[in-house]
Write a protein that binds this ligand. Structure first.
Ligand code: PLP
Length: 419
C-alpha cells in the first residue's frame, strides 16, 4: 500500500508512539509494573459516584436519554451546553463570552489537531508558518499533530534554582522570536510534563505579544481552573479575543467521554465548527449531557475546588515527602515546583545516563516513567538538560507511587555513581 503524505505522517512510528507501545506491552507483561508513565487521572470514588448518579438520572428520563443518544447535535455542540459553559465563565471570571464563543470537540486532543493545523502549516501564498511553544518542554501530545514539516518552534526556558532540590522554568522573553513565520503560540497551563504554571505576568506578556503580531495564543487548560482545578498556585485564568482557551472533561474523571471545550472569538469557533462538521459531523453528546447539570447549577466549581484539587494536593504532598526520603540529598537532583497537573518533573543535572537509558533501567526494575527527551521537540539547539529529565505521574495510590519513588532513588544513585 502506498500512503499519501498525510497517511505517511500519521502512520509513521514516532518516538512517542513506540514508547507508548512499550509502556502498554510492559504493563501487560508477566511481572507487576509500577505505572507512573501515563497521563490517566486518578480514581476519585466520590467523583465517580457523581457520574454514576448523573448517568442513572439520564437513563431514567426518557427525553434526556433520547436527547443524549438518538440525534446529532450541531457541529459546534449542544446549544444548551454552549450557553451553560459561556454563562459559567461570564459569571466566574467576567469574560465577555456567549454561546458563539464556545465549541465542543471530541476531546481537547482533537481540538488541537484542528486548531494547530488551521493556523500553521502551508499557506496559499506559498509561505509556511509554525506554532511557537514559548516554553519548552511542552505537552508531548502536540508533537506529532502538525501536518507540515518543521511544524514547531520552541523557546528554551530560563531556569530559576530554588533551594537545593527544586527549580522552576520561566519564559525567556529576551530570546522569544515571534517572527512572520509564526502562525500561533501555544502553552499548556498547568504544563504537562512539568507541573509549571506560567505566572499571570508571563501570560499577559505572551497575550500582548500575540496581539501585537495579530496572532492567536492557545492556552491549554486541561488541568486548570475552574475545572478540574488541579492547580496549586493562585494564577488567574486568562482570556481575551486573541486567546483560545481549551478545557477538557477528562481530568474531571470523564476521559472516556472524549469531550473538549474551546472558548475563543467567533471566527475561531466558526472555523472549528466547519472543520468538526467535515471530520465528525458532530461531537459526542454523552460528556455534555453528563456535565451539563453540574455546570448549570455550578456544582462543578465546588467539586473541583473541594474534592478534586485537595485529592491531588494530598497525593502530591505524599509523593514529595517520599521523594525527599528516598532521593539521596547529596546528589544534585531537582524537582520542578509542582504548581498543578499530575506530574513530578525530575531533573538530574550531569547524570551520566541519557533519559531514555534511565527509563530502560527503571523499566527493568519494574517502574514505568516517561523519558524527558520527548518533550523538547521544536527546540533545535543542543542542550544537555533535554536529556536529564524524566516525567513521573504522582497521582496513583501509595502502593504504586511509594515503592516506585524508592526504586527511582536507588537507580538515580547507581547512575550517578556509574554503577
Ligand atoms: N492537553 C494536555 C496538556 C493534556 O495533558 C492532555 C491529556 O493528558 C490533553 C490536552 C488531552 O486531553 P483530552 O483527553 O481532552 O484529549
Amino acid at each position: 500500500m502506498q500512503y499519501s503524505c498525510f497517511g505517511q505522517k500519521m502512520v509513521q512510528r514516532s518516538g512517542i508512539a513506540e514508547l507508548m507501545d512499550d509502556l502498554g506491552r510492559s504493563m501487560s507483561g508477566a511481572g507487576k509494573m509500577l505505572m507512573l508513565g501515563g497521563g490517566n487521572p486518578a480514581d476519585i470514588p466520590e467523583i465517580q459516584e457523581i457520574w454514576r448518579t448523573e448517568m442513572r438520572k439520564l437513563v431514567g428520563e426518557r427525553d434526556l436519554f433520547d436527547g443524549m443518544l438518538c440525534h446529532y447535535d450541531t457541529p459546534q455542540g449542544n446549544p444548551r451546553f454552549l450557553e451553560a459553559v459561556a454563562g459559567l465563565f461570564r459569571e466566574v471570571y467576567g469574560w465577555p463570552v456567549g454561546p458563539d464563543n464556545v465549541a465542543v470537540t471530541n476531546s481537547s486532543q482533537t481540538a488541537y489537531f484542528m486548531l494547530l493545523n488551521t493556523l500553521a502549516g502551508d499557506f496559499a501564498d506559498g509561505s509556511r508558518k509554525r506554532i511557537l511553544l514559548p516554553l519548552s518542554p511542552e505537552y508531548i501530545g502536540y508533537a506529532d499533530q502538525g501536518l507540515a514539516p518543521g511544524f514547531f518552534a520552541a523557546g528554551r526556558p530560563s531556569i530559576e534554582l530554588r533551594g537545593d532540590h527544586e527549580f522552576k522554568y520561566h519564559v525567556d522573553f529576551d530570546n522569544l522570536a515571534l517572527g512572520s513565520d509564526i502562525g500561533a503560540l501555544c502553552v499548556s497551563r498547568p504544563t504537562n510534563p512539568t507541573g509549571n504554571v506560567l505566572t499571570d505576568d508571563e501570560v499577559r506578556l505572551l497575550a500582548q505579544k500575540a496581539q501585537a503580531h495579530d496572532r492567536y495564543l492557545f492556552i491549554d487548560n486541561a488541568y486548570g481552573a475552574p475545572f478540574p482545578n488541579i492547580i496549586f498556585s493562585d494564577a488567574k485564568p486568562f482570556w481575551d479575543r486573541n486567546t483560545v482557551v481549551t478545557l477538557s472533561l477528562s481530568k474531571l474523571g470523564l476521559p472516556g467521554t472524549r469531550t473538549g471545550i474551546v472558548i475563543a472569538s467567533e471566527p475561531i469557533i466558526a472555523a472549528l465548527s466547519s472543520i468538526n462538521a467535515v471530520v465528525s459531523l458532530a461531537s459526542g453528546n454523552i460528556g455534555q449531557a453528563l456535565a451539563m447539570p453540574l455546570i448549570e447549577d455550578r456544582r462543578i466549581l465546588s467539586l473541583s475546588s473541594d474534592v478534586i484539587q485537595p485529592f491531588y494536593r494530598r497525593r502530591l504532598d505524599a509523593a514529595l515527602q517520599w521523594a525527599g526520603e528516598y532521593f539521596d540529598s547529596d546528589l544534585p537532583w531537582r524537582l520542578h515546583t509542582c504548581e498543578g497537573a499530575l506530574f513530578l518533573w525530575l531533573w538530574c543535572p550531569g547524570m551520566p545516563l541519557s533519559s531514555r537509558a534511565f527509563y530502560e533501567r527503571l523499566k527493568k526494575k519494574g517502574v514505568l516513567v516517561v523519558p524527558g527527551c520527548f518533550f523538547f521537540y521544536g527546540l533545535d539547539e543542543e542542550w544537555s538538560h533535554r536529556d536529564e529529565c524524566i516525567r513521573i505521574n504522582y497521582s496513583q495510590p501509595e502502593e504504586v507511587v511509594r515503592p516506585a519513588l524508592r526504586l527511582i532513588g536507588e537507580e538515580m544513585r547507581a547512575a550517578y555513581l556509574n554503577r
